[in-house]
Design a protein. Structure first.
Length: 126
C-alpha cells in the first residue's frame, strides 16, 4: 500500500514556497502602489504626517523585502524586515489612520510562519 502523504521535509518546502510567493506578490504590489505615486497612497502618507519621504522609504523596504523573500539564503532575513514593516503598518492603522488593521495581523501571522519554517537558518548566521 503506497502512501499519498508527502515526506515532512517536502511538505515543509512546498508550504514555505507558497508562503514566500504569496508574501512577495503582496509586498511587491504594495511597493508598486507607493513608489508609483498612487493618489490613495500619497493621501494616506499625508495623513500619517511623516512626509512623502516615508512613503518612498516604506516602498523601498517592501520592494527589497518582496524580492529577497524569494531568495532562500536571505528569505528569513527578508521576512523579518517585512514583519517590521507590517508591525509599523499595524501601529499606524490603530493609532493614526483608525482603519482596517486585521489585514496587518493576517500578514504578520503569515510572515511569522515563514520565519518559523526557516528557524533552523538562524544558527547558520554566525
Amino acid at each position: 500500500m503506497t502512501s499519498a502523504v508527502l515526506p515532512a521535509s517536502r511538505s515543509k518546502t512546498i508550504a514555505l514556497w507558497i508562503l514566500r510567493v504569496l508574501m512577495a506578490a503582496l509586498f511587491l504590489f504594495a511597493s508598486y502602489m507607493k513608489l508609483s505615486g498612487n493618489p490613495m497612497m500619497v493621501d494616506e502618507f499625508n495623513t500619517i504626517g511623516l512626509g512623502q519621504w516615508f512613503r518612498y522609504f516604506t516602498g523601498a523596504l517592501e520592494l527589497a523585502g518582496g524580492i529577497a523573500i524569494l531568495v532562500p539564503s536571505v528569505s528569513v532575513f527578508a521576512a523579518l524586515v517585512l514583519l517590521a514593516v507590517d508591525v509599523g503598518a499595524f501601529v499606524t492603522q490603530i493609532a493614526v489612520l483608525h482603519g482596517d488593521w486585521i489585514h496587518t495581523v493576517v500578514i504578520g501571522a503569515i510572515l511569522g510562519a515563514v520565519i518559523y519554517l526557516q528557524r533552523d537558518r538562524f544558527g547558520s548566521w554566525g
